[in-house]
Design a protein around this ligand. Sequence first.
Ligand code: SAH
Ligand code: DHB
Ligand code: MG
Length: 222
Amino acid sequence: MNEKTWSAVDDYIVDNLLPADTVLEAALRSNRSGGLPAIDVSPAQGKLLYLLARMNRAKRILEIGTLGGYSTIWLARALPKDGSLVTLELDPHHADVARVNFKVAGFADLIDLRVGPALQSLEALGAEKSAPFDLVFIDADKPNNPNYLAWAMRLSRPGTVIVCDNVIRDGAVLDESGRDPNVEGARAAFSFLAKEAGLEGTAIQTVGAKGYDGFAIAIVGQ
Ligand code: SAH
Ligand code: DHB
Ligand code: MG
C-alpha cells in the first residue's frame, strides 16, 4: 500500500460520493493560480466537515486558518440561511484570494473573514460576547493549537464540536524529541485534549490524496 493507492482510493470516493462541483473546483484553481500552498483539506475531508456541521445543526461556525477558503465554503454550505461563519486568516494575500472565492460561491454575506493574527481576532471575538459557536475548525499555525483549543472552549457551549486538523503528520506525532514546531503543535493538541476534563475527544488517522495525516475531534461537555 502506498500513496498512489491512497490517492486512487480518494479518487474513487470522490467519483462515487462527491458530484462534480464547479464552485469548489474554481476555488481550488484560484488558490493555485494565486500561489497559495496546496494545503486545503481534501474534497472528502471537506465533505466530512460539512457533514459534521449538518449533524450538529450548526448555525454558527468558527474557523481558524482560512487559506483560500476551500474548507470555509464546505462549512458555509452546511449553514441555514440565517447562519454565520467567522474565519480567521493571518496572511492578507490568502484573505484576498478567499474573499473572491466566497463571492463566487455566493457566501460573501454569510462569511465574516477577519484578517490578522488569530489570537488577536479571538480576543476581539471574546470581547464581542456573541452567541457561542456550534462547531470550531482549527487549521492554522500548529504551535498555537493549545491556545486555539482554549479559545474554542471559551467560545463554545455544551455540545459544540471542535475539529483540529493535522495532528498525525506522517506519524511524526510519535516523535517526542523532534523539534519540528508543527509536530510539537500536534503533540500539544493531544496533551490539551488529554488533560481537559471539559472535552471528550479522539483522533483519526487519514490517508488519501493529501498523504498521511489525521485530525482530532472533540465535543464540549457540561
Ligand atoms: N483551512 C484551510 C487551510 C488552512 S492552511 C483549508 O482547508 O482550505 C493554514 C492557514 O493558516 C494559512 O492560510 C496561514 O496563513 C494561516 N495562519 C498561519 N498562522 C496564522 C495565525 N497566527 N493566525 C491566523 N491564521 C494563520
Ligand atoms: C500544513 C498545514 C495544513 O493545514 C495542512 O492541512 C497540511 C500541511 C503545513 O503547514 O505543512
Ligand atoms: Mg490543515
